[in-house]
Ligand binder design. Structure first.
Ligand code: ATP
Ligand code: MG
Length: 440
């Protein structure tokens, strides 16, 4: 993509409404634009990141055996009357009435909807287990929408729902999601720590929040120092989802980690020097709630002896749009965003320092063509702007690699390759730069 043609409305000044760094940087980098409180449009640069995050979430759900569906955003109130949550949910639920005076709502979550789909379709224990997920916009009329996409009113969530015949099967489904979550966040360059959590209005017995540590996090969290040195992706690598995952689950929940609600200093088993006290951002939350919805909504299957068994369920959420902000909170410096490669909107920022110089233009155009044909996502700054302005833009939008073409280097037969994360610069031949960026 040529920057001269790209829709990238950058802001020079820090927007006064943004209190935290990710919100500031997302506005300054032209990723999002507010529509009303807690509701945002995603502009091209932001949308590319959102899609990458979504895709990683999807791949790891699929890997675990969950199947993707797409349920509507608008749901009938009657389903929520069946579960008893219609009145309980309160003002966070956006209630709508259609032209026939039927009560509808914009879904804040989908337990009722999926239970309804399940009970209409599956009747036998032989149909179990199943795990269905979707990635869909949710609406919660939060009292205090703030921090940009981190606490929005409209936000994108991945929510999965598991159905099992018995509690043992349901725990296995829970463990699969536990592993999938660890892998998902690690692939995004995040260390998300599973913390024992309260189940809240979703209800149930067993629940973990996945929390990344960041100064601007909304909750206070406590964990074992050892968490900071773990490599979860390595630990979960090659794990067979059909094997017994209980030992893995036990191992990764044995290190102390608790949210404020669950942490009791008097009962904390850790010596003071081993305890990290920090702030955290909740990026995912998994629940096992048994028959909380299947009983009132009559989601039953015929068991092996023909008996009627309410299915054991769990639900599993990931804040897809929140993650975009959370990744920035975890990865930035005073000049801007530092995207982890896996979610970067483009891999390379190609910068021509002299838009008016025919030799520079020819060299930069040629590199752009080569990168594109090798399938390397490249944003090509071909604008007529000062070098300082171009560098500042590239640092702000945080692409992993900057490839800089200027008259001096060209005369010496070199280009400059800079890593945004380390700041390290190398003067190399165009061929060497291309080989590095295309991974040849
Ligand atoms: P929180 O405690 O942050 O309000 P929650 O516990 O109400 O979240 P869940 O019902 O567990 O949220 O939703 C699953 C995931 O959706 C959360 O882990 C979070 O990442 C994301 N999420 C929840 N509320 C919001 C919101 N208002 N804006 C953006 N993401 C959200
Ligand atoms: Mg939660």
């Amino acid at each position: 993509m040529r920057l001269s043609a790209y829709f990238l409305p950058l802001l020079k000044e820090n927007p006064s409404e943004a209190q935290i760094v990710s919100h500031r940087l997302m506005l300054r980098a032209g990723m999002i634009r507010q529509s009303s409180a807690g509701i945002y449009s995603w502009l091209p640069l932001g949308f590319r990141v959102l899609k990458k995050v979504e895709q990683i979430v999807r791949e790891e759900q699929d890997r675990s055996g969950a199947q993707e569906v797409l349920m509507p955003t608008i749901q009938p109130a009657d389903l929520w009357r069946e579960s008893g949550r219609y009145d309980d949910y309160g003002k966070e639920m956006l209630r709508i009435r259609d032209r026939h005076e039927r009560d509808m709502l914009y879904g804040p979550t989908n337990e009722e909807q999926i239970t309804d789909i399940f009970r209409g379709a599956l009747k036998s224990y032989r149909d179990l287990p199943k795990n269905l997920y979707h990635i869909q916009w949710k609406f919660r009329d939060e009292v205090r929408p703030r921090f940009g996409v981190m606490r929005g009113r409209e936000f994108l969530m991945k929510d999965a729902y598991s159905f099992d015949l018995d509690a043992k099967g349901a725990k296995h489904s829970y463990n699969k999601m536990f592993v999938a979550y660890l892998r998902t966040f690690a692939r995004m360059g995040l260390k998300a720590i599973p913390m024992r959590a309260e189940t809240g209005p979703i209800g149930g017995d067993l629940s973990h929040e996945f929390i990344i540590l960041a100064e601007t996090g909304e909750s206070a969290v406590y964990c074992d120092k050892a968490w900071l040195e773990t490599d979860i992706l390595k630990a979960a690598d090659g794990l067979d989802f059909d094997s017994d995952l209980e030992p893995f689950f036990r191992q990764w929940t044995s290190l102390y980690a608790a949210t404020d609600d669950m942490h009791d200093p008097a009962k904390c088993p850790l010596p003071a020097e081993q305890l990290v006290t920090a702030r955290g951002i909740e990026v995912g939350h998994i629940f096992f709630f048994g028959t909380k919805y299947s009983k009132p909504m009559n989601a039953v299957v015929a068991g092996p002896k023909g008996e009627s068994v309410p299915v054991e369920m769990g639900s599993y959420g990931i804040g897809v749009s929140r993650l975009v902000g959370a990744i920035i909170e975890a990865s930035h410096d005073e000049r801007g965003i530092i995207w982890p490669e896996a979610v970067a909107p483009f891999r390379v920022g190609l910068v021509n320092l002299r838009a008016g110089d025919a030799a520079c233009v020819a060299a930069a155009d040629a590199l752009y063509t080569r990168l594109r044909s090798a399938g390397v996502e490249t944003l090509y700054d071909d604008r007529d702007e000062s070098p300082g302005g171009k560098f500042a833009t590239m640092d702000l939008i945080g692409l992993p690699w900057q490839l800089v073409i200027g008259p001096r280097g060209l005369a010496a037969g070199t280009v400059e390759l800079k890593s945004r994360r380390t700041g390290e610069r190398q003067e190399v031949s165009s061929e060497a730069a291309l080989a590095k960026l295309t991974g040849e």
